[in-house]
Design a protein around this ligand. Structure first.
Ligand code: FCB
Length: 448
């Protein structure tokens, strides 16, 4: 009997996303996305890496699903590439794109693995960016059309859906900081983009339910714990701001609390809202707060925040603490606190961890093994945090490790490795790491 036992039916999963693993960017009628253009822009990604080939999963999915079967996965979270379904973002549907996902889902179901489909994991059709991208309200409506098309086509076999993955990353990395596609640097545009991703989620929930009755839908929000450097009021206020910027700006409207007033005031004072909250139209907040069937969250790390001359002038402080290859601090306690906070302050139904994971650059040793003890420790500590939260009453129903495979880590290209399975990009050979065997035992025992 494991010391740490999870509730019966706990959903043990792993996650990936389309552009990060599929490759085959010019096949079977797929249109270009913002990531195709961005990754081919000199200087945008490390060493100019692109997702052109990635893990070649588009062709190798049967082998990858077989690995998932060996792992004993209960559920697999993947994303549907919008530009495979609607090469121009709207209008003509590319049947070959839908067929690919049907083949993938059939393969999963044949092994008893429940598919969780994310509809937007950052690969916006380029035509929609050229029409204004996420700062344009039309993109939210285009998303709802697309969501309805996919749900109508695949809703007979896919029951679990995630609308938008990480609206903070979509809007802030993409439009404020320019670190991700489309590479813009414009905070007022980023705040409009944020609103439209949330609106797309709400409209998407409605479109999916209309097309596929019985569907279970959520958004996937990413959270970062904001820890003040000291108890000094200036540091605490900086942490409040950081939490608002990263977490509450998205969580509060989705949960029906509207946009946080302290943040609207700060953003206005900082000059980020020159036209006020002009992008919010009557009815939007109700649409965004359309109740979901579960609540999916991604959690990786924390930041330590020190105050500056104004809350938005804060600094992130790097302390000497254990970090991953991404440079992210390891902070399982942040996951525990987050789960308790969601439980105490937000009336959430079932909570699912849709991503948690770690990049380490462990080598393949001479005997052909990857002894990724540090990854095992990372997962164990985060699962312990989950278990403590469940003991405290949090309705946590599942955990998806990010990621099944090493893959294209966005601006970091192939320089980061998050997989339970090592991928040799020269040969496309898959090699399960020690963490794969460990996670398989956890799944089989429903604990450890
Ligand atoms: C998340 C993304 C995912 C992956 C991990 C490391 O923010 O959703 O695609 O890049 O980080």
């Amino acid at each position: 009997m494991p010391a740490i036992l999870f509730p019966d039916g706990f959903i043990w999963g792993a996650a990936t996303s389309a552009y990060q693993i599929e490759g085959a960017v010019n096949e079977d009628g797929r249109g270009p996305s913002i990531w195709d253009r961005f990754s081919h822009t000199p200087g945008a990604t490390r060493d100019g890496h692109t997702g052109d080939v990635a893990c070649d999963h588009y062709h190798r999915y049967p082998e990858d699903v077989a690995l998932m079967g060996d792992l004993g996965l209960k559920a697999y979270r993947f994303s549907v590439a919008w530009p495979r379904i609607l090469p121009n973002g709207r209008g003509a549907v590319n049947q070959a794109g839908l067929d690919f996902y049907r083949r993938l889902v059939d393969c999963l179901l044949a092994r008893g693995i429940t598919p969780y489909a994310t509809l937007y994991h950052w690969d916006l059709p380029l035509a929609l960016e050229e029409a204004g991208g996420w700062p344009s309200r039309d993109t939210a409506h285009a998303f709802a059309e697309y969501a309805g098309i996919v749900a109508a086509a695949l809703g007979d076999t896919i029951r679990h859906w995630i609308t938008i993955n990480e609206p903070w990353c979509v809007s802030m990395l993409g439009y404020q900081r320019g670190e991700h596609a489309p590479g813009r640097r414009d905070m007022p545009a980023a705040l409009a983009a944020a609103h439209h991703t949330l609106l797309a989620h709400g409209l998407g929930v409605q479109a999916i339910r209309a097309a596929a009755p019985g569907a279970e839908v959520s958004i996937a929000l990413n959270f970062e714990a904001a820890v003040p450097l000291s108890d000094h009021p200036v540091d605490r206020d900086a942490a409040r701001f950081r939490d608002g910027y990263y977490n509450r700006w998205f969580l509060d409207p989705v949960c029906g609390h509207g946009y946080p007033g302290d943040m609207v005031a700060d953003y206005s004072a900082a000059g980020y809202l020159p036209r006020g909250m002009h992008f919010v139209r009557p009815g939007d907040l109700a649409t965004i707060a359309t109740p979901t069937d579960f609540f999916a969250l991604n959690y990786y790390t924390c930041v330590v925040v020190a105050g500056g001359s104004a809350p938005w002038e804060h600094r992130l402080v790097t302390l000497e603490r254990p970090r991953t290859a991404m440079g992210w601090e390891i902070y399982p306690e942040g996951l525990y606190k987050l789960l308790l906070r969601l439980y105490a302050h937000y009336n959430l139904p079932r909570i699912l961890i849709s991503e948690n994971g770690v990049s380490y650059l462990d080598l393949v040793e001479a005997d052909g093994r990857v002894r990724d003890e540090r990854r095992i420790a990372f997962i164990r500590e985060h699962l312990e945090a989950c278990h403590r939260a469940i003991q405290a009453g949090v309705p946590l129903i599942g955990y998806f490790y990010w990621s099944l495979l090493d893959n294209f880590e966005w601006a970091q290209g192939y320089h980061q490795r998050f997989g339970l399975v090592h991928v040799d990009y020269a040969t496309q050979q898959r090699l399960p790491r020690d963490s794969f065997a460990w996670y398989r035992e956890v799944i089989a025992a429903n604990g450890f």
